[in-house]
Design a protein around this ligand. Structure first.
Ligand code: GTP
Ligand code: MG
Length: 193
């Protein structure tokens, strides 16, 4: 189901996980990799492909949500500061949301817009984890180094490094780990009083 407004999103009481990040970071590709479908979520080399809130129901058990990218390279510095309104409405109103996965390209150092978005989530008390994407572009050693560098940078803003996953949509790296993590979380939500 695709929507442009949060109040039209599906209202089954299923736990929901949002995938968000800068445009072109590989959100839609990661979603397709997770569900092992070539083109469930639309991907493109052109930033800004995903323009709606897209809900995918997984095993009738949870919702995976593909959100539009924030921060186009094209928009001015000024407008970069405000995230698209319906993104903030989604995060501020969506009660089913369990946590957000903030996607970042493993090859890049923390970008101001990502750091700002994590701060925004923190401010809203929305739990989030980081997903490093496009890991296939680096060798294993370089992956570890890149993450270490990212962590050092983030520790200027956070007391500890958020939990993270290293993934590649090209070769499936991180798929099992991520799905298992979500499954476990869903289980623990069910057993909560
Ligand atoms: P928007 O919807 O436009 O915000 O972009 P998105 O974040 O959904 O990115 P999308 O999945 O469309 O991928 C953007 C580009 O990155 C495409 O050319 C993908 O083929 C490429 N890409 C995505 N994931 C990976 C990956 O794990 N490895 C490599 N090598 N390329 C990737
Ligand atoms: Mg997309």
């Amino acid at each position: 189901m695709s929507n442009s407004a949060v109040d039209k999103c599906p209202n089954q009481p299923l736990p929901e996980y949002a995938f968000i990040g800068r445009s072109n970071v590989g959100k839609s590709s990661l979603i397709n990799m997770l569900v092992q479908r070539k083109s469930l979520a639309k991907t493109s080399g052109r930033p800004g492909k995903t323009q709606l809130i897209n809900h995918f129901v997984i095993n009738k058990n949870w919702y995976l949500v593909d959100l539009p990218g924030y921060g186009y390279a094209r928009v001015s510095k000024e407008s970069k500061k405000t995230f698209q309104k319906f993104i903030t409405q989604y995060f501020e109103q969506r009660r089913q949301l369990v946590l957000a996965f903030v996607l970042v390209d493993i090859r890049h150092e923390p970008q101001p817009i990502d750091v700002e978005f994590m701060a925004y989530l923190g401010h809203q008390q929305i739990p989030f984890h980081i997903i490093f994407t496009k890991a296939d572009k680096l060798k294993p050693m370089a992956q570890t180094e890149a993450v270490k560098k990212y962590e050092q940078e983030l520790l200027n803003h956070w007391e500890e490094m958020p939990q993270y996953f290293i993934t590649s949509s090209s070769n499936g790296q991180g798929r099992e780990e991520l799905l298992q993590y979500i499954d476990q979380l869903n289980q623990s939500l069910k057993t909560q009083p």
